[in-house]
Design a protein around this ligand. Structure first.
Ligand code: IYR
Length: 224
């Protein structure tokens, strides 16, 4: 390895093999309970919880460790209303034709439409932005690398952290999404990547059958 500054790895924890097996199964069983929810309670969620989840997301690996992401956590009813209004406006165009027949057919079993009341009901909307330019320091303007991959991983960490905290989530990608930049007052270089809705489920929350069909290990993995 090339010479570079480093410190010894001190926070690694090795578990005995049997405990590792139990933990891996436990994690699977736990993450298996994570579902995309479209019916949220308006019960408040402490900002400190959201902050911890975003901090967890911020530990994700990224190209050259440039951390090419920004998270705007929206709690304000006024801002949520703006997001809902504009998302629904774009989604109406999507569902009324822009999506095309095949896409709409694929969405039918999820029961989605252009109405997005959860954008106002849920206590938190977290807009994830990706940054083409940046660097290890927040105000750097260098090239970022593997931006899509990095932000995807960080968003995965975020969803995991929110689930682990006991909240339900929805990954929402209104199309187009550029309106989020303006509402969130992000600079032009920040591209909206995804909107994560987080909170408690409504009492009558449901999970579509279609969303519960998961491919088998044989279908998704090969061991050589
Ligand atoms: N963004 C739209 C449509 C949508 C698209 C996919 I792909 C989904 O998995 C679910 C929905 C919406 O949120 O309704």
């Amino acid at each position: 390895m090339q010479d570079h500054d480093s410190t010894p790895l001190t926070d690694y924890i090795e578990y005995p093999a049997n405990e590792m097996l139990a933990r891996s199964e436990q994690f699977y069983l736990d993450i298996k309970r994570r579902h995309s929810i479209r019916s949220f309670s308006n019960r408040p969620v402490d900002q400190a919880i959201i902050e911890n989840c975003i901090k967890a997301a911020g530990t994700a690996p990224s190209g050259a460790n440039h951390q090419p992401w920004h998270f705007t956590a929206i709690h304000s009813s006024d801002v949520k209303r703006q997001v809902r209004e504009q998302a629904e406006q774009h989604e109406r165009g999507f569902y009324q034709g822009r999506a095309g027949e095949e896409w709409l057919e694929a969405l039918k079993p999820l029961g989605t439409d252009s109405n997005k009341p959860y954008l106002e009901h849920a206590p938190w909307l977290i807009a994830v932005f990706s940054q083409k330019k940046g660097g290890i320091n927040a105000d750097d303007k260098n090239t970022n690398y593997y931006v899509h991959e990095s932000v995807g991983i960080a968003t995965g960490f975020l969803i995991n952290a929110l689930h682990n905290a006991g909240l339900v989530t929805l990954t929402h990608t209104p199309k187009p999404m550029h309106f989020l930049s303006k509402i969130c007052q992000r600079p032009d270089e920040d591209r909206p990547y995804m909107l994560i809705i987080a909170g408690y489920p409504a009492n009558d929350a449901t999970v579509p059958h279609h969303a519960q069909v998961k491919k088998s290990l044989e279908d998704i993995a090969t061991f050589l």
